[in-house]
Design a binder for this molecule. Structure first.
Ligand SMILES: Nc1ncnc2c1ncn2[C@@H]1O[C@H](COP(=O)(O)OP(=O)(O)OP(=O)(O)O)[C@@H](O)[C@H]1O
Length: 310
């Protein structure tokens, strides 16, 4: 379990992370999404005990990251966004080296390394030099490295960055397996759909501020100021337009570019008011064929609110 309270990081007068509050329950997959420079790596580095916060606290499995860093490190596996590799090593030697650094006994290392290679689909690269691996393979090796001491919590900073679509799918499959193993996973990305598919909860961060958090539906509601109703009519679109224009909750009406009998109604009313609006339209004889609330595109909303990034 991770408990973050009023966590702040400043560099001089610049605030990289501003008063972050977050609780992540055991076994949860939490996605941290935000544009470049939002503060994702800063948060992860603090949790990984590599960076001291300016103020606030963060606990991992009950251990304070600043007061008990050694305990925290035993419980977390950290995959940084940039990682050095030791190219003189073969793949299995590399994992063995990291296992030894974590104090995993030799016998246990011998048992766990083949399992990890299997998990990250690198069994056939066991004797390859790390330097000769592709980027996707290196990233999977780095993930295996973060698992060598069987941590309960995984902190993965953009594990899919720079991967081609196929390698991304593979990475997602591996993360799914880790989720099935009931690891608590924190994962960051600046690509929202990538995270929304696999995470139980999401946090959207921008300029060091958490601007929304919760499950995907909750985030949509938090971020979406206005809903759009799509109304198609059998005929007489003008009658429909003037009917909807008269409703005080209607902000704007856009005609569809391709379908002249379809209109997009930007609507501010509650669900109950929306039901009344439809009843009234039918009563007044508007020839409605369909009346649907446009499925919000989370990516569009995200792009809109995080315009500009750095
Ligand atoms: N040592 C430092 N000194 C000054 N500013 C820093 C330092 N480290 C990070 N920053 C700034 O803090 C902000 C947050 O950086 P951070 O690396 O956490 O962003 P991020 O969300 O991980 O971005 P990215 O997706 O690009 O990795 C950025 O504006 C960055 O320039």
């Amino acid at each position: 379990m991770i408990e973050i309270t009023n966590l702040t990081k400043r560099y001089g007068s610049f605030t990289a992370l501003n008063d972050l509050n977050l609780t992540i329950e055991k076994g949860t997959v939490f996605g941290f999404v935000g544009p470049n420079g939002a503060g994702k790596s800063t948060t992860f580095s603090i949790l990984a005990t590599l960076l001291a916060p300016t103020s606030g606290t963060a606990y991992v499995n009950g251990y304070d990251v600043t007061k008990s860093p050694n305990e925290v490190r035993k419980h977390i596996g950290y995959m940084p966004d940039f990682f050095g590799v030791y190219d003189q090593f073969k793949v299995h030697e590399y994992l063995d080296f990291y296992g030894a650094s974590y104090g995993v006994p030799s016998k246990e290392r011998k048992a766990i390394i083949p399992q990890l290679l299997e998990l990250v689909n690198l069994t056939d690269k066991r004797d390859a030099y790390v330097d000769y691996l592709s980027r996707g393979m290196k990233q999977r090796l780095c993930l295996a490295r973060s698992l060598i001491h069987d941590p309960e919590v995984l902190i993965l900073d953009e594990p899919a960055s720079g991967l081609d679509p196929r390698a991304r799918v593979e990475m997602r499959g591996i993360l799914q397996e880790l989720k099935n193993m009931e690891k608590t996973i924190l994962i960051s990305s600046h690509i929202l759909p990538e995270l929304s598919e696999m995470c139980d909860y999401l946090g959207v961060i921008e300029h060091g501020n958490l601007i929304a958090s919760g499950n995907v539906n909750h985030i949509e509601n938090q971020l979406q100021a206005q809903k759009v109703l799509q109304v198609s009519v059998k005929n007489d679109v003008e009658q429909a337009v003037s009917f909807f224009e008269d409703d005080p909750n209607v902000q704007q009406i856009d005609r569809d570019k391709k379908d002249e009998l379809l209109i997009h109604v930007s609507y501010d009313g509650s669900d109950d008011e929306q039901i009344e609006l439809l009843k009234k339209a039918v009563t007044q004889g508007i020839p409605i064929l369909s009346f649907t609330q446009k499925q919000s595109n989370l990516e569009d909303i995200f792009m809109e609110i995080t315009k500009g990034g750095e």
